[in-house]
Design a protein around this ligand. Structure first.
Ligand SMILES: [Cu+2]
Length: 308
């Protein structure tokens, strides 16, 4: 039998099967008994309803049977849950950062990755941090799901059993683009993982422009790509100095992407919306981005267009 993609699958699936099995038996049993009594004791047959009060036998029976069933559910739930809180001391440590609306994985020493990359058959502990609101890290294939709460140190751990790609979701509603807060887990052989980690370290050694860090940490990149791909909002690639066709007060006009336009897009984003994009999806960042930071972001946008 397929043993599942991680060491947590067996316990979770067993608890689910037990609870689901009990539910199935009851829905069939109760429905059948109900249909039987409705037909057998229907009024038209002339039966008279007998009343009786108190039955110790029945009371014991309907206390013991549900108690046994919920204890059974508790037992299987517990043996599935308990190992999730006991992390092996040799587990590899990674910090998962949740922010509106993306995941980032911190391997230490400035090594950051938008995907969770891990070696196969090695236990991995993931500490969960939120930079803004409540999120929840969910990797369905591994049967792990934990809340990511600001100011609270939560964690999860597992050992992946097979090389492959697995979906990561946010499963706590966290705002407008919650449903696009996804990523991937890539499980690799130890050798491939070592190569990947070296590459990550090389990338971390290249200094990142301050404006790009600000754009990332403010969450701008969740909707605006820097590589030209179309997300919820227009890409930043080739943005600076370009001619934009915008709609302002219902009128289509053309405008140059300069400093004034960019500041307006940050602080009053729905006043001049680029053609082909929907208004109302972006909030004003007046209380979030200071003008000083906005100017640093603009410096980066200029750099991206090759102006500096
Ligand atoms: Cu989220």
């Amino acid at each position: 039998m397929f043993s599942g993609a991680s060491n947590m699958v067996e316990g979770v699936d067993r608890a689910f099967a037990v609870i689901f099995g009990i539910a199935i038996v009851f829905i069939i049993g109760i429905s059948a008994f109900m249909i039987y009594t409705v037909i057998k004791y229907r009024r038209s047959k002339g039966h008279e309803a007998k009343q009786f009060r108190g039955s110790l036998k029945l009371e014991i029976l309907w206390t013991i049977i549900p108690l046994a069933l919920v204890m059974l559910m508790f037992y299987y739930g517990w043996i599935g849950f308990a190992p999730m809180r006991k992390v092996p001391p040799d587990a590899m440590k990674i910090v998962a950062i949740g922010r509106m609306w993306e995941w980032e994985f911190d391997y230490g020493d400035g090594r950051m990755s938008p995907e969770l990359v891990i070696p196969v058959n090695k236990p991995v502990r993931i500490d969960l941090k939120s930079e803004d609101v409540n999120h929840s890290l969910f990797i369905p294939a591994f049967r792990v799901k934990e809340d990511v709460v600001p100011g609270y140190n939560n964690f999860l751990w597992f050992t992946p059993y097979y090389v492959g790609e697995y979906d990561i979701l946010c499963t706590e509603y966290c705002g407008l683009l919650h449903s696009s807060m996804t990523s991937k887990t890539r499980v690799m052989s130890q050798e491939d993982f070592d190569i990947w980690l070296d590459q990550l370290a090389e990338a971390a050694a290249i200094p990142v422009p301050e404006g790009l860090i600000l754009l990332r940490n403010t969450g701008c990149l969740a909707c605006h790509s820097v590589d030209g791909s179309k997300l919820v909002g227009p890409s930043f690639k080739g943005y600076w100095g370009s001619e934009r066709v915008i709609t302002e007060n219902g009128v289509e006009t053309s405008i140059t992407a300069d400093e004034a336009y960019t500041l307006k897009s940050i602080y009053d984003p729905n006043s001049q919306v680029v053609k082909g994009f929907s208004p109302g999806l972006m909030q004003s960042y007046t209380d979030v981005v200071s003008e000083e930071d906005a100017l640093k972001m603009i410096e980066y946008l200029k750099e991206l267009a090759g102006e500096i």
